[in-house]
Design a binder for this molecule. Structure first.
Ligand SMILES: [Zn+2]
Length: 296
């Protein structure tokens, strides 16, 4: 039987969900066992791997539910928890320190160049050492998530036996060099949309700060002072939206003026999957945990 879940207009049993553990900085993708057991082959298909990394030698690390690690260079830890096959990674940073002194502060770690006060130097994050960026691990994670996101797209013809609703799905284009609408799309389910619209008093200030923290940790530096645009928003009549550093960057629904009557897609603007996916996924996981804590 063909089955295509429509989370925008129907309550659909959850086939995957997201969670963030602040103490260990772990982001977890949980795939319901009733879903993964029906299509265990999908993630073992070499086609997926070859398509996105030409020279990657295929190993068996892409076997869902088998072994301790999963994904490119084994970047995801694999374990089982209750009804879920879980894939987790510790939220990464691209910043590594070299031994030479930071040129901007001459090694002092303090800098008045960015503000009148003698604050921590932005380029070296107050360490006094020259900062270099290494994106390899982030690329491993993002590429692995890309393959998983395809596997989890709602066109898959499998129904989960979970008693909870799917809250949202994530689609993104890893190859997208541009930062247009198609780079990241989040589909908000009607269950999540109604919960968010009703929760006008949720502490969005705190959520916005957590989004900023994730961005700062990933990049290993502070955003420029005139680009502090981290906001988890309650837009108009209660649409979920995110504001992000960059020229009018963020994610929001194309049509967000009317009343929230069900789920909707939020599209991104001026967002690059390589640099921005993980903080956005991180804050979505935090919000997912909040909703689940309220039995949504
Ligand atoms: Zn410095």
């Amino acid at each position: 039987m063909h089955y295509f879940p429509h989370i925008i207009s129907d309550d659909e049993p959850c086939w995957h969900e997201f969670s963030y553990r602040a103490d260990s900085k772990e982001l977890i993708i949980k795939i319901h066992k009733s879903f993964s057991s029906q299509d265990g082959e999908a993630l073992q298909t070499p086609y997926f791997l070859k398509q996105y990394r030409e020279n990657y030698s295929i190993t068996d690390c892409f076997r869902l539910g088998q072994g301790d690690f999963f994904g490119f260079n084994g970047c995801l830890k694999q374990f089982q928890e209750n009804d879920f096959n879980c894939l987790a990674f510790v939220f990464p940073t691209v910043a590594t320190n070299e031994f030479s002194a930071c040129r901007s502060c001459q090694g002092s770690g303090k800098n008045t160049r960015y503000s009148k006060e003698d604050k921590d130097c932005r380029p070296c994050h107050g360490t006094g050492k020259k900062m270099v960026e290494n994106w390899q691990h982030v690329d491993d994670i993002t590429d692995s998530l890309f393959i998983i996101a395809h596997y989890l797209l709602p066109s898959i013809e499998i129904k989960s036996s979970s008693s909870q609703n799917q809250l949202f799905t994530l689609d993104f284009n890893r190859e997208s060099k541009s930062v247009n609408e198609g780079a990241i799309k989040v589909t908000i389910s009607q269950a999540f949309a109604w919960w968010w619209a009703k929760n006008k008093n949720l502490n969005r200030q705190e959520l916005s700060e957590r989004l900023r923290d994730l961005w700062v940790y990933l990049h290993g530096r502070l955003p420029s002072e005139n680009d502090e645009r981290f906001e988890v928003e309650y837009l108009n009549q209660g649409y979920f939206a995110i504001k992000y550093p960059g020229d009018r960057a963020g994610l929001c629904a194309n049509n967000n003026s009317g009343e929230v009557t069900g789920g909707y897609d939020i599209y991104c603007k001026n967002i690059s999957p390589k640099h921005d996916l993980l903080p956005i996924l991180g804050i979505m996981a935090v919000v997912h945990d909040l909703a689940r804590a309220e039995r949504i």
